[in-house]
Design a protein around this ligand. Sequence first.
Ligand SMILES: Cc1cc2nc3c(=O)[nH]c(=O)nc-3n(C[C@H](O)[C@H](O)[C@H](O)COP(=O)(O)OP(=O)(O)OC[C@H]3O[C@@H](n4cnc5c(N)ncnc54)[C@H](O)[C@@H]3O)c2cc1C
Length: 382
Amino acid sequence: MTRILIVGGGIGGLSAALALRQVGFAPEVFEQAPELLEVGAAIAVWPNALRILQRLGVADQVLTRAGVIEQVRWLNWDGRLIKHVRFPSTGAPAVALHRADLQRALLHALPASSIHLGRVCESYQQIGDEIHARFADGATVTCDLLFGADGLHSRLRAQILADGPPRHRGYTVWRGVTDCAPQALPSNTALELYGRGQRFGIGPVGLGRTGWWATANERADAAEIPSERQRKLLTLFAGWCEPVRALIAATPAETILHTAALDRPPSKQWGAGRMTLLGDAIHPTTPNLGQGGCMAIEDAVVLARCLLKYGVATQTLRTYERHRHARTTLITNYSRYYGRIGQWQTASSTRLRGLLLSLLPKALLQHVLHLIFDYDAYAVDI
Ligand SMILES: Cc1cc2nc3c(=O)[nH]c(=O)nc-3n(C[C@H](O)[C@H](O)[C@H](O)COP(=O)(O)OP(=O)(O)OC[C@H]3O[C@@H](n4cnc5c(N)ncnc54)[C@H](O)[C@@H]3O)c2cc1C
């Protein structure tokens, strides 16, 4: 039996473990956290990823805890509608749920014995056709293939690419989930409100909960005091239409998350020898399209399909990388531009943005949504 070691038990690592099991492998997942905690905020799972979860057998569990999103509305900070578009029908819904619910659904579909918690992978070395992964506890685990799903600050990436930290894109993102579901919100709808150098997003996350996210232009070294987050956001969004401040106020302050908007320029190299990367480890993206986790899920399936089709060989990993490069580059770049425009700050640029968005043909928006949602990781030619 091929020994496959996956470093990282996040969305990408667990999806890869499931997809690999589906094609007959028995991978082992090594995760640094001592337990997979109930952390995170809302996460959108778009049709391109939900279709995969259906095939992986975890969609039912996800859907029972998720809110369905059928359309998106863009508004001004004062509530004036700029544009709205209904999502095209693509055979699977777009949903959002608490990240912990998604993580739990993936985790419970795997044998507990294949998940090793509290194991920090520090480095690896390939000797012949074997890989020796070294762990912080002094242990070395030998395998035939090593997959780095170790996220944004991937050590495995650093070992092969040594390309420094991710790039800061000039703004901060805060997120929260609250049990409050304001009556005034249209059902099954995601809202994105634009201000000057600030945005606020709202959407249903199932079980009567509402998820929100907020952005503001900030430098990478802006002061960040967790106990002040809620107060800071209430000040930043003073004067915005409701339920913006109501949602911030209704969220338990200690659960509000703070993240810098980061990504990396696309890399041509994704792996070396019998090691490859997936998810944020190789193509972290700004969160504007909510596709980072979805792309990690896509990676998982394409990697598994390549191994099934081409067998356990170095070249198979390079084939997987080639097949994922264009898609992940497109979405990462598109997300960065979307965020850049969304964070425009001057009066003239924000007026221009409103005008452009209001004039944008719905057919063009639908075309872009199709491009993102229609990707079928089980059907793409490999
Ligand atoms: C504000 C924000 C909003 C987002 N919204 C969405 C959304 O709506 N939809 C969406 O699809 N995506 C979204 N994303 C992106 C999504 O969170 C990531 O793309 C996704 O989590 C990537 O999954 P991953 O498995 O590659 O990495 P992660 O989920 O980060 O998992 C990496 C795992 O590796 C472990 N690890 C790290 N180093 C080691 C080590 N040395 N040894 C062992 N284990 C290690 C970590 O503990 C972690 O569990 C959002 C991101 C942000 C910041």
